[in-house]
Ligand binder design. Sequence first.
Ligand SMILES: [Zn+2]
Length: 343
Amino acid sequence: MKKFLIYLCLFIFICFILPALLTKQDMKANSSDIAKQAPIDMTNQEDKNNAESKTDMDKNNTTIQLLHQKTGEIEEVELEKYLCNVVSAEMPASYELEALKAQAVVARTYTLYKVKNKKHENADICDTSTCCQAWVTKEERLARWEENLRESNWQKIEQCVNETKGKIITYQNEPINAFFHANSGGTTELPVNVWGGSGFPYLQVVQTAGEEGYSQYASEVELSNEELIEKLKTKYQDIQINFQDPEDIKILEHTDSNRVKTVKFGNHEISGVETRSIFGLKSTNFEMVKEANKIKFTVKGYGHGVGMSQTGADTMAKQGSNYEEIINHFYIGIEIKGINSLS
Ligand SMILES: [Zn+2]
């Protein structure tokens, strides 16, 4: 009987108590696994956050491949630092802070557009204003300023780049082709009238008052009849003009922004853009006056006239506009966004 009780106790222990104990231990083990798992998950989350912020930082600290046209050397430069060199080369440091900030955003946008729409084989952009965007070394730039202005000018440029850090102009969530020029002569131009193509919806004809106050606004080129013929012959060897006939040299057509579209020079009809190039005019916004044995071109504005006018930006800043208002004036239907919002 005593033996039977021992067997019964053993049976109860094996069948009920032992499994219960083991299950409890398993549960304990599982819960400790969960407890152990949680910090791992959190760590992963932290890693993920770190990874994301690292990506953000990477976007802000984008490097670009800059081609130096004179040497052919390609240099890797940090975007925000590169922009200080560009802004200081493209706009006078004496311009208003908000105009310089607008220039920084425009230059950043123009750069990113070039990164996405490459013009050069192994580089993102080059250092030449006639091809891509002007660039000077800090040393070169400082040397060109008066000594007492060097430090404050450079600080002003850095401030404008830093205070707009990562800001770009977008249209349909893509960086725009942010053209700019020195002086619009009061009215900007459509890209189709300069380079052909189908244009961009954000580059329209806009007006800015006050650009006449800048040295880039008015200029003149005077040529004798012989000089005019000589220059035209470089492109049109068979050129013939009857200078006695007032109908033989005249502007035939203007663009919507009142720039010259077509000019008749004797037996040739030449575009305003080509006329500008042949005679070295500052813009296509010109008039021709015939005088005895010579032609005088009176020109308004400086540059192709597309996008933001720098003197227009400075005028607006002087009148109290901030950089966002300036940008929204010159580029239509755009959004100013952080570089990180781009996919
Ligand atoms: Zn280039």
